[in-house]
Write a protein that binds this ligand. Structure first.
Ligand SMILES: *[C@@H]1O[C@H](CO)[C@@H](O)[C@H](O)[C@H]1NC(C)=O
Length: 279
């Protein structure tokens, strides 16, 4: 088996390389959505439960074994609750490849739209749920209306989860880096769990940037375009995990904020590159 030394592959400026970047990963996956045959038009929005469950996966790259061996498109839902005024329902219809006519490049889109009944959301999960330590590199941008959350994260349970998140109600230069749990049993914020960081070098999340989360045994590190942006020792996940990308909303006042009926937000992804180890 080939070992990938992260530092030598991706980091040109070794002087700025923290210890976590020297971590050795034995496995690698790369999904590049930039040069695919795809429509320039947005697929029809999901207006109700019947359309949500009837939506099929877009034919092409998303039905090819190259993708389906590694990723699953999710169709679960969650009910409204005390901190989530709206239902959230994932659908095949909110995960699609689209080509940008201005650049000629294609990307994977995860979409969240608010209809009268619920927030129709998009999510992909790795088929692997035994990832233990990883360097996750995702080139993405986010655009659209307030009230949605774009996430790239590792997940085992609510106490073993490490996140990169963009809230579309935030200023375009703010990004959230979190190790869960972010709230204690009384619902109060735990200091050090989550940071609302200003993106480096005046970057904003509606432009293309390469976002990176390094999960190693002793440190969580977040990077933007190869530059170290934040580190945490609090709440480093201990359990074998799934890697998830999603675009969702639930109207919750504590996180996503409200999303108006008819509103839409998009997480657009050019590639996902993951160096990882398995439990
Ligand atoms: C991870 O999950 C385990 C339960 O499997 C829990 O004991 C632990 O507190 C969680 N969080 C961390 C950071 O270990």
């Amino acid at each position: 088996m080939i070992s990938f030394m992260k530092a030598s592959v991706l980091l040109a400026f070794a002087a700025a390389t923290p210890a976590s970047s020297q971590y050795v990963y034995n496995y690698y996956m790369f999904h590049d959505f930039r040069n695919l045959d795809a429509p320039t038009t947005e697929p029809a929005r999901i207006n109700n439960d019947a359309e949500s469950s009837a939506a099929t996966v877009q034919e092409g790259y998303l039905t090819d074994a190259l993708f389906t061996n590694d990723w699953g498109i999710e169709t679960w839902g969650s009910p409204a609750g005390p901190n989530a005024p709206y239902r959230k329902q994932y659908s095949n219809g909110n995960v699609y490849i689209q080509r940008d006519p201005s650049s000629g490049l294609s990307h994977l889109t995860l979409r969240a739209t608010r209809n009268t009944d619920f927030i129709s959301s998009g999510e992909i999960d790795t088929k692997l749920s035994n990832i233990l330590h990883a360097s996750i590199n995702v080139r993405f941008r986010v655009r659209g209306d307030p009230g949605a959350c774009a996430g790239v994260f590792t997940y085992f349970n609510n106490e073993n989860e490490s996140d990169i998140e963009v809230l579309t109600q935030d200023p375009k230069t703010t990004i959230r880096y979190t190790n869960q749990p972010g709230l204690d049993a009384d619902g109060n914020e735990i200091p050090g769990a989550s940071v609302a960081a200003t993106m480096l070098d005046g970057a904003s999340w509606d432009e293309w940037h390469t976002h990176r989360l390094d999960w190693t045994p002793d440190l969580s590190s977040w990077y933007l375009d190869g530059q170290l942006a934040h580190t945490k020792t609090y709440g480093i996940p201990r359990e074998p995990s799934t890697v998830i990308l999603n675009m969702w909303g639930d109207g919750g006042p504590l996180w996503t904020g409200d999303m108006a009926v008819g509103a839409a937000a998009y997480m657009e992804i050019e590639y996902i590159e993951i160096y990882y180890n398995l439990a």
